[in-house]
Design a protein around this ligand. Structure first.
Ligand code: PLP
Length: 459
């Protein structure tokens, strides 16, 4: 696409008219936005012609990589044939039926039904309404409370932000809404000092049981968690955690919900994060990798027992104008088919995932202010620490992380700072050579960062 304006003009217009998500407008406008104009594979280019490695696949979503030629073709064809129709009033259309059929094939056994949304947040809000409806139909309407986790991220809508455990989001808009409570995250490094991973996993799961007993099992509808907390800093729970959470939910007759918005569609080397950790939820939410970000679409996967219960209850009074939008559904179908048929998810499991994890550990463990280098498949993080020997974190959590992230960004690599966790989640089509290129750039940036810490007397 030919762009007619200069970077300066775009910056001026952006500052004049565009309110950015999760952004301090005054400081952004003082600095000026970086205009991203095109992309291919794992690379982005800005309006000044600089090439950037996208170590975050956008917002953990461009699983299939940028610049696919087939997806726009399919979108065009679908738009010409049937640009829009809804599925509210006893109608359907081929694109949404084909997608649903394919999703049932790639989903774990027992998930034969999906409900469509336009985003992860809408998937989460849909799930909240579904869970509460489920217990109404079951004749237990007092089971309404959902348990989430501190530092969990479940989106920006009132429901999603309430269920998430980001205090900086709760502070704005009087959240959480009633009926949502939180337990501590399974972050071994911080909360399990001196314990084995397995011991800590059981302890962290026991916090959920404590909360159930505090609220009363007869009032708890569901526990909801990301298999790996993403925006919370790629917090990978010990192997003992999820099976124990599942046992607890079953014991107290509480629905178990996995938020697979990041982990879903291959990020961990499995189709879904639950398969990495060996548990079976009742419902799971998805978005992002479903279309690899080519168009907005989300899906709630509903386990067969929950689907049957909802069906027995008659109308479920919920849905969106664009639930199962034909163009988004056609593109999602082609994307999921490619992730499967081109062996992209399999490669993350067998090849690029283990390779990337090994390379980050080899390259980053030596840094004085880096600890807990961790990851699964193509999701990875390390934590910036003031003192590695005593596992002491920096004061003013998050400030150092932003400083580090900005150095990476200036040097052509997008990583994300989640507090002082520095995270990467590149497109799943990244090659081993590109992993080497990404990590070589990251090492150079880290050397600059550690030097800066010393110069500024921060370490
Ligand atoms: N759930 C999880 C686990 C997420 O990571 C996100 C977004 O990052 C969401 C929900 C919200 O998705 P969206 O931004 O598409 O609304």
């Amino acid at each position: 696409m030919k762009h007619q304006r200069s970077t300066a003009q775009w910056r001026e217009m952006d500052a004049a008219h565009h309110l950015h998500p999760f952004t301090d407008t005054a400081s952004l406008n003082a600095q000026g936005v970086r205009m991203i104009t095109h992309a291919d594979g794992i690379y982005l280019w800005d309006s000044e012609g600089n090439k950037i490695i996208d170590g975050m696949a956008g917002l953990w979503c461009v699983n299939i990589g940028y610049g696919r030629k087939d997806l726009p073709e399919i979108a065009k064809r679908q738009m010409e044939e049937l640009a829009y129709y809804n599925t509210f009033f006893k109608t359907s259309h081929p694109a949404v039926v084909e997608l649903s059929h394919l999703l049932a094939e790639v989903a774990p056994k027992g998930f034969d039904h999906v409900f469509y949304t336009n985003s992860g947040s809408e998937s989460v809000d849909t799930m909240i309404r579904m869970v509460r409806r489920y217990w109404d139909v079951k004749g237990k309407p007092q089971k309404k409370t959902l348990i989430g986790r501190w530092n969990g991220y479940h989106g920006s809508t009132i429901g999603g932000a309430s269920l998430g455990g980001m205090s900086y989001m709760h502070e704005q808009g009087d959240l959480p809404i009633p009926g949502i409570v939180h337990v501590q995250q399974p972050w071994h490094y911080k909360y399990g000092k001196g314990m084995s991973a397995d011991e800590f996993g059981l302890l962290a799961a026991s916090w959920i049981e404590d909360k159930i007993l505090e609220v009363g099992a007869d009032k708890v509808a569901a526990f909801v968690g990301e298999p790996i907390q993403g925006a919370g800093g790629v917090i990978i729970p010990p192997a003992s955690y999820w099976p124990e959470v599942e046992r607890i939910c079953r014991k107290y007759d509480i629905l178990l919900v996995a938020d697979e918005v990041i982990c879903g569609f291959g990020r961990t080397g499995h189709w879904f994060g639950q398969q990495q950790f060996g548990f079976t939820p009742d419902i799971f939410t998805t978005a992002k990798g479903l279309s690899s970000g080519y168009l907005p679409i989300g899906a709630v996967f509903v386990g067969n027992e929950v689907a049957a219960t909802l069906a027995a209850g008659g109308d479920f009074n919920h849905g969106f104008t664009y639930s199962g939008h034909p163009v988004a559904a056609a593109v999602a179908h082609a994307n999921v088919k490619a992730l499967r048929d081109e062996g992209i998810v399999a490669a993350v499991h067998e090849d690029t995932g283990p390779y990337m994890q090994k390379r980050w550990r080899e390259a980053f463990s030596r840094f004085e202010h880096v600890d807990d280098v961790r990851g699964v498949g193509l999701i990875q993080a390390f934590t910036l620490v003031k003192d590695k020997a005593s596992q002491t974190l920096f004061d003013n959590w998050g400030e150092i992380g932003l400083m580090c992230r900005d150095i990476f960004f200036r040097h052509g690599l997008i990583m994300r700072a989640c507090g002082d966790h520095i995270v990467s989640a590149p497109p799943l089509i990244i090659s081993k050579d590109q992993i080497d290129e990404m990590i070589a750039t990251a090492v150079e940036c880290m050397e600059i960062f550690e030097q800066k810490l010393k110069e500024r007397g921060l370490a």
